[in-house]
Design a protein around this ligand. Structure first.
Ligand SMILES: CC(C)(COP(=O)(O)OP(=O)(O)OC[C@H]1O[C@@H](n2cnc3c(N)ncnc32)[C@H](O)[C@@H]1OP(=O)(O)O)[C@@H](O)C(=O)NCCC(=O)NCCS
Length: 226
């Protein structure tokens, strides 16, 4: 059985059966294999395994993704100053990252979702959930997409998937910080429903200049409280 998700709809299709139960014509949807957790973008309402149509593949990362994910993070460190770390500031141990991915895979409020293309990763989103009972319904969002893959809807797909994942697990709040001059990311977060909560003035020193950070959050409907 795979899940077919279009916007906020989730429909099901029998792997062995015929057509899809979509009545409207979606622009782009994702299919999910429940066993592997793999998600594939599909256009024009038909499941098509053609590589050109199906890329990029979004899936939940595991320890085996440590090498590729480290490479992606290091490339992001090099090409953008909109994320926290400067080049060569990161702990580059893939064993440590593999352990982290293993730990995350056991948590109900944390996940790393990666977007793969031709054996490499083009982007990722991480939800880092609170570690105590009082903040376990809140999760912090980190997202990065390579410049070469930006502007094609990948950031949107990653965030939509993160939101869907968090919703199905009954999480209540997604939160993040974003540099106040990162207009592309802010526009994306606003479009996804994040609202502005505050401003951390001069909290970052980037290329010799103090910069502000904005706090943004998205409240989800869950969980159902007793
Ligand atoms: C921010 C980021 C995740 C967006 O990913 P993406 O794949 O480019 O996102 P999408 O293509 O889904 O959407 C980008 C949107 O921003 C818009 N946009 C592009 N440049 C913009 C700008 N300078 N100002 C405002 N909006 C802009 C695009 O038009 C698009 O909106 P649309 O779909 O309504 O047309 C990605 O660019 C990135 O990782 N950047 C570097 C690291 C970073 O900034 N991470 C976030 C740190 S908080």
């Amino acid at each position: 059985m795979v899940h077919l998700a279009a916007a906020d709809r989730v429909l099901e299709r029998d792997d062995h059966g015929g057509g899809l139960a979509l009545s409207a014509q979606p622009v782009a949807v994702q299919i999910r294999d429940e066993r592997s957790g793999a998600m594939i973008r599909v256009k024009n309402g038909s499941v098509n395994e053609d590589e050109d149509i199906c890329r990029p593949v979004l899936r939940i990362a595991g320890p085996d993704d440590a090498v590729a994910l480290m490479k992606l993070k290091q490339r992001l460190d090099e090409e953008t100053s909109f994320m926290l770390l400067e080049p060569n500031e990161r702990d580059t141990s893939t064993q440590t990252l593999a352990r982290h991915l293993e730990d995350v895979s056991r948590l109900e409020n944390s996940v790393v979702i990666v977007a793969g293309q031709h054996g490499e990763l083009a982007g990722y989103v991480e939800l880092a959930g609170g570690t105590f009972r009082r903040n376990r319904s809140t999760t912090h969002v980190i997202i990065g997409v390579l410049a070469g893959a930006s502007g094609q809807g990948l950031g949107t797909s990653l965030l939509e998937e993160a939101k869907r994942w968090a919703t199905t697990r009954g999480l209540h709040r997604l939160e993040l910080t974003v540099m106040a001059h990162n207009h592309r990311a802010i526009a994306l977060y606003e479009r996804m429903g994040f609202v502005h909560e505050g401003r951390r003035v001069d909290c970052l020193l980037i290329d010799g200049r103090f910069r502000d950070e904005l706090s943004m959050a998205l409240i989800l409907p869950g969980p159902l409280l007793p």
